[in-house]
Design a protein around this ligand. Structure first.
Ligand SMILES: Nc1ccn([C@@H]2O[C@H](COP(=O)(O)OP(=O)(O)OP(=O)(O)O)[C@@H](O)[C@H]2O)c(=O)n1
Ligand SMILES: C[C@](O)(CO)[C@H](O)COP(=O)(O)O
Length: 228
């Protein structure tokens, strides 16, 4: 079955508050995004990689590829104003039937075991969405009101989120889903039952400055990128 990796890196990284968009910040001596693409290429050189970038950063990426002699083959697509639009633009390059793993470019610590499991479970169940049980106690909050909720019912959603190509392409046709922050929500709104695949606490999303420090520390442990 044909396998795609749709890596979305079309955001501006406003919460990181760095001059350079966070997907290009250096992690262990190379841009965050290169770690992410390498993970998919290591999983299988035949995975077709589609990389979505901010329209105004295409040159930056091209220069970085030259500077770091980065030769992993990939298609490039322009991002949109929201994650939804960036995924939708990327899906336009998904031509064949098969599976597409949609992954945040800023989750560079995805391990090989989890990635393999995501493709396998998506093939079995129709989709696979990586998720981990919440660790902290949780409260529902709205303005001044707040109340405790039962933690056992809450999981934190990660990527990869892997789907049959035709199913997710169809789900992304409905523009009213633009505010959804992940692909599982888009697929669910289109009627899919979501299959959760147990993720990895190390598969963090680089969102705020301390995440880069945590990612660096995790990558310093040789086993970090493999165990799930
Ligand atoms: N218009 C957008 C917004 C987000 N993303 C991607 O979606 C992933 C998860 O989003 P997030 O961490 O929120 O990234 P940003 O939108 O860049 O960050 P922020 O919300 O802090 O601005 C990132 O890889 C990001 O580049 C995207 O491709 N296109
Ligand atoms: C897709 C995602 O990473 C799953 O946790 C998340 O929903 C992205 O959300 P953000 O608002 O773009 O950070």
């Amino acid at each position: 079955m044909h396998e795609y990796a749709l890596i979305v890196a079309g955001g501006s990284g406003s919460r990181m508050r760095s001059e350079v968009p966070k997907q290009f910040l250096l992690l262990q001596g190379k841009p965050v995004l290169m770690h992410t693409l390498e993970t998919f290429h290591t999983y299988s050189p035949s995975v077709e990689i589609i990389l979505v970038l901010p329209e105004n950063q295409l040159d930056t990426w091209s220069k970085l590829c030259q500077e770091y002699n980065f030769t992993i083959p990939h298609h490039i697509q322009r991002g949109g104003n929201t994650r939804f639009q960036s995924v939708k633009n990327g899906l336009a390059l998904v031509i064949n039937e098969g599976l597409v793993a949609i992954h945040d470019g800023v989750r560079p610590l995805l391990g090989q075991e989890l990635l393999k499991k995501c493709f396998q479970e998506a093939a079995l169940f129709g989709n696979s969405v990586a998720a981990v049980p919440a660790k902290d106690s949780l409260r529902w909050v709205e303005g001044y009101d707040n109340k405790s909720v039962e933690r056992k019912y809450y999981w934190q959603i990660q990527t990869p989120q892997t789907f049959r190509c035709s199913v997710i392409k169809e789900a992304y046709k409905t523009e009213e889903r633009e505010t959804f922050t992940d692909d599982a929500s888009v697929a669910e709104a289109a009627g899919a039952h979501i299959h959760l695949t147990t993720g990895d606490y190390r598969n963090i999303k680089i969102t705020t400055p301390e995440d880069l420090v945590i990612a660096d520390a995790l990558l310093s442990k040789p086993e970090t990128k493999t165990a799930t």
